[in-house]
Design a binder for this molecule. Structure first.
Ligand code: HEM
Length: 255
């Protein structure tokens, strides 16, 4: 992916027509398969200045695919009157420096931190060990297992990276599932018992948290299932995944 920045300097008198033109141009832009996303921002200190950010699938896709494609004509017809107003138009590559701030709590914080996740896994594995369908899989489990899985979940949900630092990270977790031959009914039971445990220990039950929590559990158990099958060859090295809120951040009423 590549990010294109276009800086415009528009006369204040033309600003509303400029924004309206880009509003119309955004329709063919959004329809172009080469366009990932876009955003037009207006400078607060110098109101005639604008920055348009467009993320393209690649610079070539922009310059060859989009410009020679079916949507360019309609896009360009709208913005043509403002081309003379462009001060800079360049492609930028993302660097390794990026991240998110703390304006939204992590799932880890929202869940109640390490202590809440440990309560969850303790209650969960107590049930697991008594379960006819999946209990036998865990018959020889390490007594520290509930704590280790809580550490894993904490890291996934945005908490400290203890599982990576102290327990071998993704690679160790993967080796624990390889060759286990988990069946689909066993995967489902694992999910179901974990959701029961979440209710039992009082994890937050707001729709946003539960949707994100369940989303990860569904994803993770499907991977564990796939990786446990005979002959599976999953990647042996990978970072511990980091799971966020997805499309529905927490609902925090503002007074
Ligand atoms: C989101 C889904 C899952 C997560 C996050 C997860 C997490 C983990 C982790 C972190 C370990 C290694 C613990 C350690 O450091 O020793 C582990 C081991 C294991 N997992 Fe999973 N797991 C998931 C799904 C499943 C499912 C669906 C099953 C089977 C139904 C399963 C069965 C096992 C077993 C049998 C072990 C070895 C336990 C032992 O002998 O100590 N896991 N899991």
């Amino acid at each position: 992916m590549i990010v294109e920045y276009i800086r415009y300097r528009v006369d204040q008198a033309d600003a509303s027509e400029f924004e309206a033109a880009y509003g119309r141009a955004a329709v063919p832009l959004a329809a172009a398969p080469e366009c990932v996303d876009y955003e037009l921002s207006r400078c607060v200190d110098e109101p005639g200045w604008y920055v348009l950010r467009i993320t393209w699938t690649s610079a070539d896709d922009h310059l060859q695919g989009f410009r020679n494609g079916e949507h360019f004509g309609a896009f360009f017809a709208e913005i043509r009157p403002f081309v003379q107003r462009i001060e800079e138009m360049r492609h930028y590559e993302r660097t390794a420096v990026h991240g998110t701030g703390s304006s939204v709590p992590t799932l880890y914080e929202w869940a109640g931190g390490a202590e809440a996740l440990e309560r969850l896994t303790e209650a969960f594995y107590t049930q697991v060990l008594q379960d006819d369908l999946i209990g036998p899989l865990f018959a020889g489990m390490d007594p520290g297992h509930p704590k280790y899985v809580a550490m894993w979940l904490a890291e996934v949900f945005g908490g400290p990276s203890r599982y990576s630092d102290e327990r071998g990270g993704y690679q160790h977790m993967l080796t624990q599932h390889l060759g286990k031959g988990i069946t689909e009914p066993q995967r489902r039971r694992w999910v179901s018992l974990l959701m029961d445990a979440a209710d039992q220990v009082g994890l937050p039950d707001d729709p946003e948290f539960r949707a994100a929590f369940f989303g990860y559990i569904e994803w993770g158990t499907r991977l564990a299932f796939a990786n446990s099958q005979p002959g599976a060859e999953p990647p042996t090295q990978a970072p511990v995944p980091r799971w966020g809120w997805g499309v529905a951040p927490p609902y925090i009423p503002h007074s």
